[in-house]
Design a protein around this ligand. Structure first.
Ligand code: AGP
Length: 612
């Protein structure tokens, strides 16, 4: 996944584009580049560099670019190593056109061969380069807009692109099919970008391009069409959050800031959904009719990574509150399975970014089975939200850290609210029980804040365990997915092998791993399975495993059996995943920092996986 920014206006484009790239670094950061139409002469000039954006910045300090129209790109390599030659933007043969691209051109090999036969010379191993040479071919006998449109007609796969050409210096063209692209509407200036933070310094007025749409930007306006050239209506959305929310606000890393934002975000999410007077639940952007929801006989949840773990918690929640059977699948499996779903199956797609390729493919499969689709998503106007019948926005604000934290607990909160909403509209629970559930949910932000008061103690526990070569995370029942999530958090930002397991499965294999060199995190709050967790802990203790227990305040029975205890406040078992995950997020964070890893931009990862 990559980041694209484009600018056309009367201000110097270089620093506008550079700032935009920095705000998109979470999307990919193995190389970057910029191309401008030079004000001095009607010529395109570009700079690019492997490595992080600061490498490009250093080049621009020595050799700045002076122009008011330009495109820029930060890359997460899919075809071709992160080298100077493979960094975007890419030129045509005469350096009169420049293109940036996010996504994958699946038929690029065929197109490359066709273009090479026509005499086009390629300088990179990227799929992207075929785009600029196709535009070059078509531009010989058509306008830039028409040349781009004809090029789009030849491409297969998923992409968002930005294009400039010295022949038409007063145009900036963007298009999307499968990868996000937005338009920023300014005063005598306009922008394109992969995501809102890139241009929020300059404008809060955003147009979210739909699938298979193209935009032609001038200084004084923009024209949006489908890729056949038919004009489409332009809906300008006003972004409510400001760029400081996308900044670190004094925290060392975005991830730590986002962990600490959770109480406020959950509180806001709950308050926004509960009607003050009636105390009932409503979702303003959930457009699946209640009549339709009343017909649902089963639910299928589809998601990836952390969102998938939220989905498993969602299974326990909805089956407990509503008594409706729930199946949970990782999107990459769901999309290729023989799906036994139909119009009676509500498909819930959970995604922070709303751009995850496998999850998008999953709902497109579900659509073919007639299932209504509900998105639980954090990004306004993202592809998933546009292709779903109903949306529950998690309103967690921009989550910049690649390791998802606040989005996860916001997804869980949305699932609790939706379960109570379903119970409310279908009369599955007495109103008093729904009200009690909401009241218990309202306590959660304050309980999370309690855990966050002990961050230093948790950092100390992390210190004792930074040197372990591998971790096992064990949980039961509704905290089994918490174990999966804790393992994912640790492995993705500290690179330590970590496995999450259902504790009851330990004797079926993992117990062979236990010795004094193994760290085992046991999630053992007061619950119906507490005694079973204690049995597991005793089995680990007797094999000298080093145990970190997540336990309920006041539980002194556990202390004799474990190395370290991280206490959490007492909480109803059903809501415990919102609390038990917080120490695991902090444990992963502090171990990663102590190991000198790049917490916010861990190696090989990107914030949203928009390719298969
Ligand atoms: C979580 O910390 C990871 N960054 C990753 O597993 C992520 O949850 C997954 O890629 C799904 O992303 P999405 O929620 O944007 O669809």
């Amino acid at each position: 996944m990559c980041g694209i920014v484009g600018y056309i206006g009367n201000r110097s484009a270089q620093n506008i584009l550079l700032t935009g790239l920095k705000r998109l670094e979470y999307r990919g950061y193995d190389s970057s580049g910029m191309a401008l139409i030079l004000s001095s002469k009607n010529k395109i000039s570009l700079r690019k560099a492997p490595g992080k954006i600061r490498a490009l910045e250093a080049i621009l300090e020595k050799k700045p670019l002076d122009g008011v129209v330009g495109i820029a790109h930060t890359r997460w390599a899919t075809h071709g190593a992160p080298t100077q030659a493979n960094a975007h933007p890419h030129y045509d043969c005469h350096q009169e056109i420049a293109v940036v691209h996010n996504g994958i051109i699946e038929n690029y090999a065929l197109l490359r061969e066709e273009l090479q036969k026509e005499g086009h010379s390629f300088v990179s191993q990227t799929d992207t380069e075929v785009i600029v040479h196709l535009i070059e071919r078509f531009l010989e006998n058509s306008s830039l807009e028409e040349a781009v449109r004809r090029t789009l007609g030849r491409l297969e796969g998923s992409f968002a692109i930005g294009v400039i050409a010295s022949k038409e210096p007063d145009k900036l063209i963007g298009a999307r099919l499968g990868s996000p692209l937005i338009v920023g509407v300014g005063k005598d200036e306009n922008f394109i970008a992969s995501d809102v933070p890139a241009i929020l310094d300059s404008t809060k007025d955003i147009i979210f391009l739909e699938e298979r749409q193209m935009v032609v930007l001038g200084r004084d306006g923009c024209r949006i069409t489908d890729i056949q050239g038919n004009p489409v209506a332009q809906k300008v959305s006003r972004i409510s959050w400001d760029i400081t929310q996308a900044e670190k606000q004094g925290y060392k890393h975005f991830m730590l800031k986002e962990i600490n934002e959770q109480p406020r975000i959950i509180e806001q999410l709950i308050n926004a959904r509960i009607h003050k007077d009636a105390g009932t639940i409503g979702f303003e952007e959930q457009h699946i009719p209640e009549t339709r929801l009343k017909e649902i006989s089963s639910i299928a949840i589809v998601a990836c990574g952390t969102a998938y773990h939220a989905g498993i918690v969602g299974k326990y929640i909805i089956e407990n509150v509503c008594g409706i059977p729930v199946a949970v699948d990782v999107s990459s499996e769901f999309r290729y399975r023989d799906l036994l779903i139909d119009k009676g199956t509500l498909v819930i797609a959970i995604s922070q970014s709303g751009e995850t390729a496998d999850t998008l493919a999953g709902i497109r499969q579900a659509r073919e089975h007639g299932s209504p689709i509900l998105a639980i998503c954090n990004v306004l106007g993202s592809t998933l939200t546009r292709e779903s019948d109903g949306v529950i926005y998690t309103h967690a604000g921009p989550e910049i850290g690649v390791a998802s934290t606040k989005a996860y607990t916001a997804q869980l909160t949305a699932l609790y609210l939706f379960a109570f909403y379903l119970a409310q509209i279908r009369g599955l629970r007495p109103a008093a029980e729904v009200k009690k559930g909401i009241a218990l949910l309202r306590n959660i932000p304050q309980l999370i804040a309690e855990v966050l008061k002990h961050q230093d103690d948790i950092a100390d526990v992390a210190h004792h365990h930074t040197h372990f070569g591998s971790f096992l995370f064990l949980g039961r029942n509704i905290n089994f997915p918490t174990a999966l999530e804790g393992a994912l958090k640790l492995k993705e930002i500290s690179y330590i092998p970590a496995e999450g397991y259902a504790a009851g499965e330990m004797k079926h294999g993992p117990i062979a791993l236990i010795d004094e060199y193994r760290a085992v995190v046991c999630i053992a709050p007061q619950s119906r399975v507490y005694d079973k967790m204690i049995s597991n802990i005793q089995e680990i203790h007797s094999r000298k495993g080093k145990i970190i227990a997540i336990a309920t305040e006041g539980d002194d029975k556990i202390t004799d059996l474990v190395q370290d205890v991280i206490y959490i406040p007492a909480v109803e078992e059903l809501f415990s995943p919102l609390i038990t995950v917080i120490p695991l997020q902090l444990l992963a964070y502090h171990i990663s920092v102590m190991r000198g890893c790049d917490v916010d931009q861990p190696r090989n990862l990107a914030k949203s996986v928009t390719v298969e």
